[in-house]
Design a protein around this ligand. Structure first.
Ligand SMILES: C[S@@+](CC[C@H](N)C(=O)[O-])C[C@H]1O[C@@H](n2cnc3c(N)ncnc32)[C@H](O)[C@@H]1O
Length: 337
């Protein structure tokens, strides 16, 4: 691990089942002409708050971190930004409140800034995954298209939603956009276990009578993910940071990276990406504008207990009262008017 993790994409040999088995292939891939060349600033002045065997965590604004990261240096970007739902993310270390309540255009413009930087730092063949409400990922997908990245998937991550919204269909998924910088360097398609009834253990589908032809290793993963559990902190409930399922990050990193690849997540939250990257021997670099203590504790293994409620996490850690207001009085926050 270099002293400062502003480092290059992987030099580790990818496994046999990756699309581009040698780093030579990676380096010979053409760069996108739309990418902006950007002299990287130094990381001096940025507050590094923690480092591990594989990564470094900074405290501050992701735009600063991204500006310091060289072009074409990151193998995977994963971003789960605030969804502009008016959530309380606490304050920065300067004591300023973290805004999650912008006007729609302001929010889209802010996303355009960090999305552009994420695209710039992405190595040829690298992957970018962006998790958001469908309402925002429409705009963000357009931004990625304009930047010349290659659309791979709009993954619908099934969520157990809030309450029914008047005059709307019942919303039941978040969007996980998956783009790559040209042809993917790594694409390892996972299989998922053949689903069975949790009561009787029998198959829940009949596969048109072709059950015996299914691959015993499981079904091909589709672009609808129904098996991602919601997660909420039990010990850190007072903090507004929500936590994605580690299963989602494991899947994302398995699909699009190999050991020693560099993973960047510009919105640390409670550090799910960093914890999973560390466990999967990916290098990582991360930043959080607010309190970084929960991330550090988690990386140290000091707060591993998580509570898995039966209901969904669609409200991203909001109070029930806030969820109710959102669905009954402010549905336009979830959907364009
Ligand atoms: C939705 S949470 C991320 C949760 C994370 N994926 C996890 O599983 O723990 C978004 C985080 O981004 C942080 N944030 C907001 N604006 C930021 C900025 N400009 N730079 C860095 N972090 C920011 C918020 O404080 C919040 O913790």
């Amino acid at each position: 691990m270099p002293e400062d993790p502003v480092i290059q994409a992987s030099t580790a040999p990818p496994p046999r089942d990756t699309l581009h088995p040698t780093i030579g292939t990676l380096l010979s891939m053409p760069l996108l002409s739309t990418k902006v060349s950007h002299g990287a600033r130094t990381m001096q002045g940025m507050k590094k708050v923690h480092s591990t065997e594989h990564g470094s965590l900074y405290q501050g604004d992701c735009l600063e971190l991204l500006a310091a990261q060289p072009d074409d240096s990151v193998a995977v970007v994963f971003a789960d930004p605030p969804f502009n739902l008016g959530k309380d993310y606490g304050t920065t270390h300067h004591g300023n409140r973290i805004s999650d309540d912008m006007r729609d255009l302001e929010y889209v413009d802010w996303c355009a800034k960090w999305v552009k930087e994420c695209a710039r730092v992405l190595a040829p063949g690298g992957a970018i995954w962006l998790y958001n409400l469908p309402k925002w990922n429409i705009d963000i997908g357009h931004q990625l298209n304009e930047l010349g990245l290659m659309f791979r998937h709009w993954v619908a991550v099934d969520i157990k939603m809030l309450l029914p919204i008047p005059a709307r269909l019942y919303p039941s998924h978040y969007s996980l956009l998956y783009y790559t910088n040209g042809k993917p360097r790594v694409f390892d398609r996972p299989r998922i276990p053949i689903p069975v009834c949790r009561h009787c253990g029998g198959d829940i589908r009949d596969y048109g009578g072709h059950r015996n032809k299914l691959n015993p290793q499981g079904l091909n993963l589709t672009d609808v993910w129904t098996d991602i559990p919601p997660v909420r902190h039990a010990r850190t409930k007072t903090r507004a940071a929500n936590q994605l399922s580690e299963k989602m990050l494991e899947r994302v990193l398995s699909i699009s990276s190999v050991e020693a690849d560099l993973v960047l997540d510009p919105f640390g939250g409670s550090g799910t990406t960093y914890v999973v990257a560390e466990r999967m021997h990916r290098n990582w670099i991360g930043i959080e504008l607010g309190d970084t203590k929960p991330i550090i504790e988690r990386l140290r293994g000091e707060s591993t207990y998580v509570h898995r409620p039966r209901n969904g996490d669609s409200g991203k850690g909001m109070t029930s009262a806030r969820k109710l207001r959102l669905t009954t009085e402010e549905p336009s926050r979830l959907f364009p008017s």
